[in-house]
Design a protein around this ligand. Structure first.
Ligand code: GRF
Length: 205
């Protein structure tokens, strides 16, 4: 069984698409916990409906919140194979990145390295893409390192946005792509079919 922890900050549609792709009563990919910087969010509702433990984390000691060092020991005890950032808005501290080197991935709603980096999240991304009159957008899944949206790219899927009228149209088209791409990549990880060769990442058949 391949164990993943999903980090969220809001709606949780990517968490839902993971749960839809990997029924938790089967032994393929198991979401062993859902983590957020929020004390509550719609994604936590989805987790609780699926009997998945949730944890709220903060960089500072706050009531009802864990600090990262506590979270790391929980992830270790759960024997997490992969951490999946799915709409998680906070920066992952270096200690967690070092501890889970090449085992933290993020999904970004644009074709990195374009339209990435600090402040480029959610609707900000789609507004920037719209205002540039970009004709193709898409989703990117990449390894998480110590710089925002900078880690090696694992997978990308593009979508034509030549005929959109609003940034919301872009968001909707890209989100559909995300809901396919993220489970696809998680499955490749679960089958040990994500490899790095000559400085590039390959997904094996
Ligand atoms: C997605 O668009 C994802 O690419 C970005 O944040 C959004 C999260 O959406 N990182 P949801 O919470 O999974 O619905």
């Amino acid at each position: 069984m391949y164990k993943i922890a999903v980090f969220v900050s809001g709606r949780g549609s990517n968490l839902k698409s993971i749960l839809d792709s990997f029924p938790q009563d089967e032994n393929e990919v198991k979401v062993v916990c859902v983590v957020s910087d929020k004390i509550d969010c719609p994604a936590f509702e989805t987790a609780h409906q699926n009997n998945i433990k949730t944890y709220s984390i903060s960089n500072v000691n706050k009531e009802y919140y864990l600090v990262y060092s506590e979270l790391i020991s929980i992830l270790d005890n759960l024997k997490v194979d992969l951490i999946v950032l799915a709409g998680y808005l906070k920066k992952i501290p270096d200690e967690l990145i070092e501890q889970y080197e090449k085992r933290i991935i993020n999904i970004h709603p644009a074709l990195l390295p374009s339209f990435g980096g600090k402040g480029m999240y959610g609707s900000n991304v789609h507004k920037a893409v719209f205002e540039k009159s970009v004709q193709v957008s898409g989703a990117t899944i990449h390894f998480v390192d110590k710089i925002y949206d900078n880690g090696k790219i694992i997978a990308q899927q593009s979508v034509n946005i030549g005929n959109v009228n609003t940034p919301k149209d872009i968001a909707e088209r890209v989100l559909k792509i995300e809901h396919q791409l993220l489970p696809f990549v998680i499955k490749k990880f679960s089958m040990n079919k994500v490899v790095e060769r000559n400085n590039r990442v390959y997904l094996l058949n």
